[in-house]
Design a protein. Sequence first.
Length: 317
Amino acid sequence: MTDDFNADVNLLVRSKRFVVSQSLVEQGRLSALYIIFIILILLTNIFIVSIILASKAMRASSRHVLIISVCLGDLLMGVFVLPVLLNLQMRHGDEIKDCPTFFAMRLFADFLIPSVTTLAMLALNVDYLLRLCCSAYSEGGSRSTLIVILFLSPWVVSGAVLIPLYVDGMYRVSDNWLDKCDIEMGGILTRTLLAVSFFPQACVLLILTLAVSCLYLMRRETYSLDVCGERIRAPVDVCLASFGTLVLYSPAFLAMLVNTEGYSGCAVDDEERCAMADRLYTGALWCLFTKSWLLPLCWLVCKDTRACVRQLFKEAC
């Protein structure tokens, strides 16, 4: 059993570059664990979206509307990406034949979904800052427009930037990339995609999260209501979700960045160190997918959210 597991783990570094979707397809014996993750992603995210849509108070809250955007990104991972990759593995094993589907899943898993969800967390932090500082955010028309912009911009920006960049980069690597599934994207292309899909957003998200925390600490003694007339609550859920996003995404992206230079973490003849590198890469992979089902639980930290959930259960009973 141990030998089989080690063999699966060794598949993670068959190439010199760590790619999330490639690792997923190759780890056939871990299909059961992927199925568990899919179920957890569906349960947690659908639960949060359902209670927001069912509660009139939460539907009227800009924060909870923007939380739906984050949940939709994570749901896309559980509803679409992971099931398709598992289907590829079950139908083709290690010899994948459906190259267009495989490369599409690589785009979603490695770059597009992390970009969307990180930008959606940025939008939540911006919303909190606007509710504390911007009087225009209290007006009906302008507030609705800003909420729509904050809700849609992560999806529009990520799709408009990453999809053309990815397709153009693949054609630069090889004209027949749709027919050959083992094509390496190359260091420059991967670094470019990383430069626009996670690291800039992560840096800005960290800064805004710290700004939100500091602003709340400064305002809580002098203001009891925000510009929308709502009681100012500690941004515990937003800050916790923001840091959770950074902590759970960063290992996989750092591993990808290191491996764009062809460094696999060990020398070819150093089996012990390579085994350790394999375990680290595997852990980074699972951290990335853990984020999609663990993050929704952060929203239950907010007192208002818990109060709405209790009210919904009372009405249902």
